[in-house]
Structures are given as structure tokens and as C-alpha cells.
Write a protein of this length. Structure first.
Length: 222
């Protein structure tokens, strides 16, 4: 019972280095996953608005499957399925799973950002003698990037929290470090409270950074 539980916060202070190492590993896994998911988001985002129906179908299938399958299941498929064939470690199995999962959401962010630019912009560029590629590169994309940066940054925050699931396949991160400490100390409430605080610090700090750059972008557009 809760009233019989003896709190001992010393387990947190004595293992602060474990929490720091776990937090850094979480940020590392999340950052690499985001870098790998960006090209996926761009490719499949363009695929979603391609004129070719087959390309749109493939891109749409990827987006809907990845968004419809729980990340936990995807981790199992990649690590125990694909990982068994290719010999993936839990580290790379975690990163590939997160990148594939995140890529689907970034594809939708990218698609909506491009489509949010008025169609008249493309028509005006073509009328001025630009090719479709030139119009996309010099007219559409610069405007789309300003629209997609804030939701992309917010998605990174979600990715950090989602990365806690990699401990299911023995991916070494903050959550797995905490599980190991709980197993050895039996101080679950203290350890998981510390983990919650660390995740909050990481995500809140990133939120402040995002808000700063959003304000800078708004000032530049005025």
C-alpha cells in the first residue's frame, strides 16, 4: 500500500550519471531518427502530390500504414523480423523503426506545407518562363519551408517521447536505464518521477527554442 512505501530519493542523486547518460542516448537516438526520417518525409510528401497515380498510391500506402500501425508493433516487426534477417542491433533497429514511423508524419507535414502555397504562385512562375522544377525550387519551396518548420520541430518533441518505447526491444535509452535501476533498487516511484522530470526538461527546452525561432520567422515576414 502507498502509506507503507518508504521514499528514498538518494537513489536518484547517487545515480545521476546514469540518468544523464540515458538522456543523452535518448537525444542521440531521436536526432539520428529525425535526420533519417527527413528524406523519407520529403520523398513521400512529394509522392503524395505527384501526378503519377501509381506513385501517389505507393506514397499513400506508406503513410497510411505507418500512421495506422502502433509504434510498438513496428518496433517488433523491424527488430525481430527484419533485424533477424539483416542482423540489426537493438540500437539500429530502434533508429530505423523510429525513422520509418516519423517519416510518415513528416510526409503529411511536407505535403500540407506545399499545398498550402496558393496555386496561383506556380501559375505565375510558369507564366514568367520558369520550368516546373524552377518554380518549385525558387517559389514554392521557400514558402512551404516556412510553414513546415514549426510542425516539424514539434514532431521532434513527440519523437523524443515516442523513443521511450525502444526499451521494449532492449534499445538503450533513458527508459531502459530507469528500468534497470528499478530492478536493482526497487524504488520505482522515485526513479520514474526523475525520468518524468528529465523528459519534461528536454521537451520543454526544445519548445522554448521552437517558440524563439517562430517569433524570429514572424518578424522576418513582417
Amino acid at each position: 500500500m502507498m502509506k507503507d512505501y518508504n521514499f528514498d530519493w538518494s537513489v536518484v542523486w547517487e545515480n545521476y550519471d546514469v540518468f544523464i547518460e540515458g538522456a543523452l542516448l535518448t537525444l542521440e537516438i531521436s536526432a539520428i531518427s529525425l535526420l533519417l526520417s527527413l528524406p523519407l518525409g520529403i520523398i513521400f510528401g512529394f509522392g503524395r502530390i505527384a501526378k503519377n497515380g501509381f506513385i501517389r498510391f505507393i506514397a499513400g500506402a506508406y503513410v497510411e500504414i505507418m500512421r495506422g500501425v502502433p509504434l510498438l508493433v513496428l518496433l517488433m516487426w523491424i527488430y525481430f523480423g527484419l533485424g533477424g534477417l539483416l542482423g540489426l542491433s537493438s540500437y539500429w533497429g530502434s533508429i530505423i523503426s523510429l525513422a520509418l514511423f516519423e517519416g510518415a508524419f513528416l510526409a503529411e507535414i511536407f505535403r500540407s506545407g506545399v499545398q498550402a502555397v496558393p496555386k496561383g504562385q506556380m501559375e505565375a512562375a510558369r507564366s514568367a518562363g520558369m520550368s516546373s522544377y524552377q518554380a518549385m525550387r525558387y517559389i514554392i519551396l521557400p514558402q512551404a519551408i516556412r510553414r513546415i518548420l514549426p510542425p516539424t520541430a514539434s514532431q521532434f518533441i513527440m519523437l523524443i517521447k515516442d523513443s521511450s518505447l525502444v526499451s521494449i526491444i532492449a534499445g538503450v535509452d533513458l527508459t531502459l536505464k530507469a528500468k534497470n535501476l528499478v530492478s536493482s533498487s526497487f524504488k520505482a516511484l522515485e526513479i520514474w518521477t526523475a525520468v518524468a522530470v528529465i523528459y519534461f526538461i528536454m521537451t520543454f527546452t526544445l519548445s522554448l527554442i521552437i517558440r524563439y525561432f517562430e517569433k524570429r520567422m514572424m518578424k522576418n515576414e513582417q
